[in-house]
Design a protein around this ligand. Structure first.
Ligand code: TYD
Length: 207
């Protein structure tokens, strides 16, 4: 049994998840909570190795099915090595992406693979966050931001702006499917305003 609290950030590439995850970690740390800030793909040494082969290189490098397997393998390692131990120690875990990303990217937008994604999740992960913050903004704005970052980790950005549009719809559908844990946050605003809303939503969820 675990006693900590598990919070995830989701959204399209370039929606500001990483900045907001850091801001929330700082907010909760200032309140005296023990916080672990982590990310996917990655978040543990083995999972970070899998990350490298997923986010770099030719967009067609992996089929959607192989991708689903690799993301799930990375998640299992992250869960075993980082998430579960922290929750068992009573900490708040904040993860920049988790299973909802696989549901949307590999399960819906890359291909209609949702049954496979759900089966893999049930068999090997079997855990949902307590709270999921979905950062929502127009896909073209987010895509332009992502491309402007100009890193080697651009395999998913190379799929283009229409891909990001479909992802946005996918995340909004997911928020409707899991209303108990998901909160949609309007992310096309000053970062401080977004952070203030997220802090208020989280404080309410923790209360
Ligand atoms: P991330 O590091 O969050 O990139 P960004 O900061 O650009 O949002 O994630 C890397 C990429 O991996 C991102 O394009 C989304 C993709 N991804 C999936 O396709 N499926 C998944 O399950 C996860 C966790 C990420």
């Amino acid at each position: 049994m675990t006693s900590g609290i598990f919070i995830t950030f989701e959204g399209i590439d370039g929606s500001g998840k990483s900045t907001q995850a850091r801001a929330l970690a700082e907010h909760l740390t200032n309140q005296g909570h023990a916080v672990v800030l982590t990310r996917e793909p990655g978040g543990a040494p083995g999972a970070e190795l899998i990350r490298q082969i997923l986010v770099e290189g030719d967009p067609e490098r992996w089929s959607p099915t192989t991708e689903a397997l690799l993301f799930t393998a990375a998640r299992r390692d992250h869960l075993e090595k980082t998430i579960v131990p922290a929750l068992e120690a009573g900490k708040i875990v904040i993860s920049d992406r988790f299973a909802d990303s696989t549901r949307v990217y590999q399960g819906t937008v890359r291909s209609e693979n949702r049954a496979l994604v759900d089966a893999l999740h049930d068999l090997t992960i079997g855990r949902e966050p307590d709270l999921t913050l979905i950062l929502d903004m127009p896909a073209d704005v987010a895509h332009a931001r992502g491309v402007a970052r100009d890193t080697a980790e651009d395999r998913f950005e190379e799929f283009g702006a229409d891909f990001q549009k479909a992802l946005r719809t996918g995340f909004l559908d997911l928020a409707r499917a899991y209303p108990d844990r998901c909160r949609v946050v309007e992310a096309l605003r000053a970062a401080e305003d977004v952070a203030r809303d997220i802090a208020a939503l989280t404080d309410a969820a923790l209360a």
